[in-house]
Design a protein around this ligand. Structure first.
Ligand code: BDR
Ligand code: CA
Length: 323
């Protein structure tokens, strides 16, 4: 099977970690780079979480982790620390000798896509600041990306950080709009609602079964997801939410998708009340589509994919305190 070359652009905490594991261990994926963007938790904590994830998969030092934009384009950073804690369940490891590459993540995105023009797919599972900055810096960047998969927005549905806005689009709505206007050839979107809430939320009994698999990956999964499932249940969501790993899963395994349709997606950048809200206009409105929005996936197949992933017997590269 030919592997799909990918870059993951991430604000690494909880499900971002699961996504990196999928990129490292799914036989269909060839993870070329991780690029970090400001989002879920403190920037250096996110970088540590990415290395921790590489470590638990036995791949520490084998995939470059480029540090990127440390704040949104125009706004102050807003975090999701109330949702994720530190994003790694308090796990830690010795990071003293781990140095970030000198190259900024945006420069790395520009270089890697120039070296393999038309070959790389990008999975964007945080605020879109790095990608928008790459678009602003180089007008040919968008044309060099084979496919862009975005976790963001809601399909005219409820938000999670405000009533109307999903977190990634809320944090940097200006970047999201720049990316949506940039002319990427093949954009797919995984929205928070209704898709993730309905098809990628793992109810407590199934969650407990995943956590009990008995591998280092399953123990890691439990540690990183416990804070989030507690938070989600406290706000009426029935389980552990996995929007980011679903985004990579549908790229690697398009047979998971049951419904997907072209939409014109735009993001509110002017109002404070509805900042980051996404409107997704379907064909009735006659607007030129700029993305294909995933509307339904096979929930059982997605759970099986996570089960298979967490069952892989990895050996962490170096000790992880608390695991
Ligand atoms: C998105 O926000 C973050 O908290 C998650 O990592 C995910 O990318 C969901 O709204
Ligand atoms: Ca994320």
């Amino acid at each position: 099977m030919a592997k799909i070359p990918i870059i993951i652009d991430t604000d690494t905490a909880q499900d971002d970690c699961v996504t990196i594991l999928l990129g490292l261990l799914d036989p269909a994926a060839d993870l070329r780079a991780i690029t970090m963007v400001a989002g879920n938790v403190a920037f250096e904590q996110q970088v540590a979480n990415a290395h921790l994830t590489l470590n638990v998969a036995g791949r520490l030092g084998q995939v470059p982790v480029f540090t990127g934009c440390r704040r949104p384009m125009l706004r102050e950073w807003a975090s999701a620390q109330d949702v994720h804690g530190d994003g790694s369940g308090g796990l830690s490891m010795d990071l003293a000798d781990i140095e970030a590459p000198d190259e900024h993540a945006v420069n790395a995105l520009l270089r890697l896509t120039a070296e393999a023009s038309g070959e790389l797919s990008i999975i964007a599972i945080g605020p879109l600041t790095n990608l928008a900055t790459a678009v602003v810096m180089d007008r040919s960047f968008a044309g060099r990306v084979k496919r862009l998969y975005i976790m963001g927005g809601s399909n005219n549905g409820r938000g999670n950080i405000t009533p109307s806005a999903e977190f990634n689009f809320y944090v940097d709505p200006d970047a999201a709009q720049i990316v949506l206007d940039a002319g990427f050839a093949d954009v797919h979107m995984v929205p928070w609602a209704p898709l993730t809430l309905r098809d990628a939320t793992i109810a407590r009994a199934d969650y407990d079964r995943l956590c009990a698999i008995g591998t280092p990956l399953a123990r890691f999964f439990q540690r990183i997801c416990d804070a989030t499932i507690d938070y989600d249940e406290s706000v009426g969501v029935d389980g552990s939410t996995h929007p980011d790993s679903l985004t990579l899963a549908v790229l690697l395994h398009p047979e998971l998708v049951r419904e997907e349709a072209p939409y014109r997606v735009d993001v509110e950048t002017a109002s404070e009340l509805t900042r980051g809200m996404s409107t997704m206009a379907w064909e009735k409105f006659g607007l030129a589509p700029n993305a294909r929005v995933v509307e339904a996936v096979d929930p059982a197949a997605f759970r099986t994919l996570l089960h298979d992933l967490l069952s892989i017997p990895t050996a962490p590269t170096r000790p992880i305190a608390g695991l």
